[in-house]
Design a protein around this ligand. Structure first.
Ligand code: VGL
Ligand code: ZN
Length: 206
């Protein structure tokens, strides 16, 4: 890989693995693949979904609502989730098997009680930046390779925002797994392709 390439490892956390609070089907399968990919990148950053207790994205915070329903919030439609990735909990910790010790930064997101953040770059209000784009620009990063969980939410939104911020952007699809609720995976793949994000398999990196 080039010295200006970054591997962005998205939300490989216990709550998104089988047995977790918001388990992504076969989410555990990405771990060995990411472990194998990461050493090939000089630049690696991890993201960590990191919610307040009672976060606005939790169905439990909305009387009478259930996970996977949607609600209208001031910033738009929000999918409601089971309580997950509460800051400081075991569920929010990185997967035990994830071995990416040379990662250089951890971007936490979703820590504002009233705003979700699927994207590693901009919160769900579509206004509040996390600061990641600035960090990458200062470091001279040109291309962002996204992997992790979940393809149709945090990976897709992060990739779309990486592209919008001007980075050449890839989603390594076999190093991702999807939640796929209400057609979300097909919709995400369409939006990614339309935005000029390249969908690739890890084999193409060889
Ligand atoms: C995610 C739903 C809620 C993700 C995070 O990492 O894709 N999905 N929070
Ligand atoms: Zn979340």
């Amino acid at each position: 890989m080039r010295p200006t390439d970054l591997l962005l490892v998205i939300d490989v956390q216990n709550d998104f693995l089988p047995g977790g609070a918001l388990a992504v089907p076969r989410g555990d399968e990405v771990v060995p693949l990411i472990n194998a990919l990461a050493p090939r990148f000089a630049n690696v950053i991890l993201t960590q979904d990191w919610h307040t207790p009672g976060h606005v994205s939790f169905a439990s915070a909305h009387a009478g609502r259930k996970p996977f329903e949607t609600v209208e919030l001031d910033y738009g439609t929000q999918v409601l989730w089971p309580d997950h990735c509460v800051m400081g909990t075991r569920g929010a910790a990185f997967a035990d098997g994830l071995a990416v010790t040379h990662a250089q930064a951890i971007v936490r997101k979703g820590y504002h009680a009233h705003t979700d953040s699927y994207s590693a770059f901009v919160e769900a209000d579509r206004k509040t930046p996390t600061g990641l784009a600035g960090m990458l620009r200062e470091r001279g990063i040109a291309a962002v390779y996204c992997c992790g969980l979940a393809t149709d939410f945090c990976v897709a939104w992060s990739a779309l925002d990486a592209r919008a911020a001007g980075f050449e952007t890839y989603v390594i699809e076999d190093a991702c797994r999807a939640i796929d609720t209400a057609g979300s995976l097909a919709q995400a793949r369409e939006r990614l392709a339309a935005a000029g994000v390249r969908l690739i398999d890890s084999g193409a990196l060889r």
